[in-house]
Design a protein around this ligand. Sequence first.
Ligand code: CA2
Length: 151
Amino acid sequence: MTERRLLLVNGPNLNLLGTREPEVYGHDTLADVERIATDAAAAHGFEVTAVQSNHEGVLIDAIHAARTTCAGIVINPGGLTHTSVVLRDALSGVALPVAEVHISDVYAREEFRHFSYVRDVALVHVIGEGTAGYTRAVDALIDVIAGRAEG
Ligand code: CA2
């Protein structure tokens, strides 16, 4: 393992967390989510670089940069989950272990949310556990990274 650092990616509209739709996404803000993930990583001696953007290309550039700086990626792609081949290609292109997180239970919502372009490039999936799901995603991803380092 080269770096004890994770990239945390939050996609379009997740900057609105805590401001609207609390019945779907809860009351935590994006800053809370970034702190939750940072604290979970710190418990394992990892640091977090966090990015949120409403622009697909910004997310892709951050994923590419992680190739040489991070040991893994935790991503909630937002609505890009269901639409973006290019985001999927970026994730598979950097060949880092990926954890996919969704705050809401996408399978209990509209059918268009049931398909994920990211699902089969991610090794860890945490869906419908609210913002606490970021802790589980970080823990499980670091387990994967630590297992690879041993092997
Ligand atoms: O449940 C999730 O985490 C989602 O990735 C959130 C996306 C949605 O398109 C996915 O299907 C599931 C939407 C993020 C928008 O977040 C908002 C938060 C508060 C208010 C408005 C939007």
